[in-house]
Design a protein around this ligand. Structure first.
Ligand code: ASP
Length: 434
C-alpha cells in the first residue's frame, strides 16, 4: 500500500509548517512519495515564493534592478533552513541560481526553482531522497505528457530510493529543458505520480479541511463535504468552486484512486474524499457553487418550432465567433443561448447583428445573468428537489430567469439577476444543506 502525499504552499510557509508536514508524513509509513509546492504565504500580506520568482523574472527581462527581490527569496529559504536547524547547504543551490540569473533566463526554469529548492529542504528534513521532477515527468514538445516514459522514470526512481520527495509544478521536454505546468500544477504532479505507482490513495494537504459545500465568502461557516464523486467535483469546480487544479482528477480517475483533501493544520479532521462512486446517501445536496458573469442571447421568431435546422443555424454563428455555449433553455418559438460574458466581450454586437440577419429573428441580449449550480448525486430520481428550490427562492422574492437540468440529474442550474447572486446562494444553502 502506497500513498502519494502532496503539500501546498501554505503547508510549507515556514519552519513550523515544515514540522507539521514531517509529523504527518512520518506518522504513516505508507506516505512514501511526497510532492511539494514552493514556500507559500506566512500571512495574508506575505508573497508566495512563486510570485516573487515571476516578479524576479520580469525584472531580469526588462533590466530593472532585482537585488531586493532576490534577497527576499534567498532569505525565505535560508530562514527555513536555519529555523529547522538542518545543515543542508541550501546556500550553495541559491548561489548557483544567483550566478545563472540573466536577462534571457527561461521563465519556466526560474519559476520552477521555488518547488525545486523547497523539495531540497524537505527531503533533507524528512530523510527522504530528492528526485528532480525534470527527470520524472517527461513532456513532448506539443505539451502532452509522455505517459510511458514518465511511468518508467517514476517506477525506477521509487524502486531505487523507496521514499522520495519530488518538487511539483514542472517536468521537462525531450531536450531536458524545464516545462512549467499552469498555476497550481503541483496538484497535477501528485496525481500523475499516484497513477504511475498505482497508489492506494492520493492525499492533497492544504489549509482547509476539505471542500466546502458553499463559498465561505458568501455563506458563513459552510459545512465541509465528506464524500464527493469526480463528476460532482467537476460540476462544482466548473461553476466556480476553487478546489484543485482542474487537471488533477484525470490521472487518478483512470485507475479509480481516491483523492483525500486534508488540512495540515488539523490533521485529524477526515477532510473530503473524492472518488468515482459514493454510497454515502446522507446528504441530498453535495454543494452549491456559481459564477456571476453570463450573457443570455434571447432569440425568438414566430413559428420557429416548425423550421427545421433553426437551432443549428443559430449555434453555428456562435461557433463562427469561437464562443463556447453554456446552456440553451428553450420555449416553443424562442430559446436563449447562455454564454460567459468574457467570451463575447469583443464580438457581442456583431453576433447580435449576424443572428438577426441570418435567422430573421428578434434577438435581445441580457448581460445581467448569474448562474448558480445545485450539485448532488443523490438528487437523481428523487422528487421534490425543484419544488424545495423554488419554494425557498420564492419566499425570498428571487426571480428565476432560467433553469437547466442535465439528463444525469447531477445538477440543477438556476439563472438569476446578478444582484440576486449572493442571496440565492445563501437561501439555497439554508434551505437545502444547513
Ligand atoms: N507554486 C505554484 C503556484 O503557486 C504551483 C503550486 O503551488 O501548485 O501556482
Amino acid at each position: 500500500m502506497l500513498v502519494v502525499t502532496k503539500f501546498g504552499g501554505s503547508s510549507l510557509s515556514c519552519a513550523t509548517q515544515f514540522e507539521k508536514v514531517k509529523n504527518i508524513v512520518l506518522s504513516d509509513p505508507k506516505r512514501k512519495i511526497v510532492v511539494v509546492s514552493a514556500l507559500g504565504k506566512r500571512n495574508s500580506s506575505d508573497t508566495k515564493i512563486t510570485d516573487l520568482l515571476y516578479i524576479l523574472h520580469a525584472h531580469l527581462k526588462y533590466s530593472v534592478p532585482y537585488q531586493d527581490i532576490w534577497e527576499m527569496i534567498e532569505s525565505r529559504f535560508l530562514g527555513v533552513r536555519d529555523e529547522l536547524g538542518i545543515d543542508y547547504p541550501i546556500d550553495e543551490d541559491l548561489n548557483k541560481l544567483h550566478n545563472e540569473l540573466n536577462k534571457n533566463i527561461s521563465q519556466d526554469y526560474l519559476v520552477s526553482r521555488g518547488e525545486y529548492l523547497t523539495a531540497k529542504l524537505m527531503s533533507n528534513y524528512l530523510g527522504y531522497s530528492f528526485c528532480d521532477a525534470k527527470d520524472l515527468l517527461k513532456y513532448n514538445y506539443d505539451g502532452l505528457l509522455d505517459e510511458d516514459e514518465t511511468e518508467k522514470n517514476v517506477k525506477y526512481a521509487f524502486s531505487l530510493h523507496g521514499s522520495i520527495v519530488v518538487p511539483g509544478f514542472y517536468g521537462s521536454y525531450p531536450n531536458g529543458s524545464v516545462r512549467l505546468l499552469s498555476r497550481g500544477g503541483s496538484d497535477v504532479t501528485g496525481s500523475i505520480l499516484a497513477k504511475c505507482l498505482n497508489a492506494s490513495l492520493y492525499e492533497n494537504w492544504t489549509d482547509v479541511s476539505g471542500i466546502l459545500a458553499a463559498d465561505p465568502r458568501i455563506v458563513e461557516n459552510p459545512k465541509a463535504i465528506k464524500e464527493i464523486t469526480y463528476a460532482e467535483l467537476r460540476e462544482l469546480s466548473y461553476m466556480g468552486a476553487s478546489v484543485l487544479h482542474e487537471e488533477t482528477v484525470f490521472p487518478v480517475q483512470s485507475l479509480n484512486i481516491p483523492i483525500n483533501l486534508k488540512n495540515t493544520n488539523d490533521p485529524l479532521n477526515p477532510g473530503t474524499i473524492i472518488k468515482n462512486e459514493s454510497n454515502d446517501t446522507s446528504d441530498l445536496i453535495t454543494g452549491i457553487a456559481g459564477r456571476k458573469d453570463f450573457v443570455s442571447f434571447d432569440i425568438s421568431k414566430d413559428h420557429m418550432s416548425g423550421e427545421v435546422g433553426f437551432l443549428r443555424k443559430a449555434l453555428s454563428i456562435f461557433e463562427k465567433y469561437n464562443v463556447s455555449i453554456e446552456h440553451v433553455p428553450s420555449g416553443i418559438d424562442s430559446f436563449s443561448v447562455v454564454v460567459p460574458l468574457d467570451s463575447v466581450e469583443k464580438c457581442q454586437y456583431e453576433l447580435v447583428t449576424e443572428l438577426k440577419r441570418e435567422l430573421g429573428a428578434d434577438v435581445t441580449m441580457d448581460t445581467n445573468i448569474a448562474l448558480v449550480a445545485v450539485v448532488g448525486r443523490n438528487m437523481a430520481k428523487r422528487s421534490g428537489v425543484c419544488g424545495t428550490i423554488f419554494q425557498n427562492l420564492g419566499k425570498e422574492n428571487i426571480n428565476v430567469r432560467l433553469l437547466a437540468q442535465g439528463p444525469s440529474e447531477l445538477n440543477i442550474i438556476i439563472g438569476v439577476a446578478r444582484e440576486d447572486y449572493e442571496k440565492t446562494i445563501k437561501t439555497l444553502y439554508k434551505g437545502l444543506i444547513a
